[in-house]
Design a protein around this ligand. Structure first.
Ligand SMILES: [Zn+2]
Length: 412
């Protein structure tokens, strides 16, 4: 773990100061390189593109990427069954793979996602960019309250905050009373963990007569669950901790996706790392900025398990307005409902009984974390949810998970 120098007092990386034109130019150059790499290294993608008659040299504009097929979680899982245990999507020889994290296995068997040395370095740097944008500096004491076992978040945050130069306390997500004692004894100033653990640890501290609002913690970054995007949950965390709460957004397969800066005005996407499309759930055509759609992501330089046109299943609103922090904002994202139980795009699982059960589990999980009712059983299809997003606030129906202005309209 190395400590790097920031670009300036305000920005970790120079790329955060680039104009829209420069970002687009950079993305096209990186996409050309990345598709050439992926085509040569991954049997999974090469077969798909050969079937279409597509070669990486055919990519002349960012829009040309739309010719390539979308890839969903079930498609990725199918590559594991085809070529166990690592899958045909693996694009680096095993001797170059330095890390593997696994999905929880709640919706399918645990899925491996891999990183090479350069992937790990890049990952740490992008996480560092997030921490720095939230005001974290090398004088901070950072206590990581994500679990380290199997889960991707613990080591991701640890490497990123280490890159910034903070003093890292790898606490993990257990031994609550010891975590509280450590926070007070060693003057922890920044923490990260799941929203539910952040609430639990604060409630426990209150019960012990040591409220965390009296600690030195001033930055609470949450992720791994959608609660950070739910205003009531965020307000509760900020009140319990007496600190700012920042929402982080990522998935095992795509790490990280977006994070909030000090302005807390919606997520910033690292556009030199991820190329984002926001698509209509039915037509799979791009929606205008400010309209809800499903987020589709392409890695611009990941080597071990690169994703090209990854259907996240997350409904987002892309924000083109400037952020007060000065960073380019077309990548600004507000999250809505996660439709993680969407069927594979190449395989229709929608009528399958097992898939319906998966949808129901997701609905219940969402309701338990967000405090809001999940989508009605009959509205599991994302298109119906999008209609709900557009009309929920006008009609007073509490169908949308986010409250204005964090939903339905561009962020402030
Ligand atoms: Zn910002």
């Amino acid at each position: 773990m190395s400590t790097a120098r920031p670009f300036s007092e305000r920005y970790w990386d120079e790329v955060e100061t680039w104009s829209r034109d420069r970002i687009a130019e950079h993305q096209l150059a990186k996409l050309r390189q990345q598709l050439t790499y992926v085509y040569g290294a991954s049997g999974f993608y090469r077969r798909q593109w050969d079937d279409l008659g597509f070669t990486p040299g055919d990519l002349r504009s960012l829009e040309d990427l739309r010719h390539l097929p979308l890839v969903a979680k079930a498609d990725y899982v199918a590559t594991l069954e085809e070529s166990p245990p690592w899958g045909s999507a693996l694009a680096a020889p095993l001797r170059d793979v330095r890390r593997v994290h696994f999905s929880s296995g709640t919706t399918s068997s645990p899925t491996p996602v891999c990183w090479t040395e350069s992937d790990l370095d890049r990952w740490a740097d992008v996480y560092a960019r997030a921490a720095y944008s939230q005001g974290t500096r090398d004088t901070d004491v950072f206590q990581c309250l994500f679990t380290y076992s199997w889960f991707v978040g613990g080591l991701g945050f640890t490497s990123g905050y280490g890159r910034v130069g903070t003093t890292v306390v790898p606490g993990g997500a257990a031994e609550t009373e010891r975590q509280i004692e450590t926070i007070f004894r060693y003057g922890t100033t920044a923490v990260a963990g799941t929203p539910s653990f952040m609430v639990h640890i604060a409630d426990t501290a209150d019960a012990l007569g040591r409220p965390l609002r009296e600690s030195a913690v001033r930055s609470v970054t949450v992720g791994g669950e959608p609660g950070g995007a739910v205003p009531a949950t965020r307000a509760r965390i900020e009140e319990l901790w007496g600190a700012k709460c920042f929402d982080g957004y990522g998935s095992l397969e795509f790490q990280p996706i977006a994070w909030e800066c000090e302005e807390q005005a919606g997520g910033h996407l690292p556009e030199d790392f991820a190329y984002a499309e926001v698509l209509d759930a039915d037509s799979r055509q791009p929606v205008p900025d400010g309209s809800p759609g499903v987020l589709v992501l392409t890695h611009l330089d990941k080597k071990a398990t690169p994703l090209v046109r990854w259907w996240t299943g997350d409904v987002v609103v892309r924000d083109a307005s400037p952020c007060a922090c000065g960073r380019a904002r077309r990548g600004g994202l507000a999250r809505g409902m996660r439709e993680s139980a969407l069927p594979a795009l190449g395989v229709d699982l929608g009528r399958d009984r097992k898939d319906r059960r998966r949808r129901e589990r997701v609905r219940r999980a969402w309701a338990s974390v967000s405090g809001a009712p999940g989508p009605r059983r009959s509205s599991g299809h994302p298109r119906r949810h999008l209609r709900g997003l557009r009309h929920a606030h006008g009609s007073g129906r509490p169908r949308c998970r986010l409250q204005p202005p964090r939903c339905c309209v561009p962020l402030p």
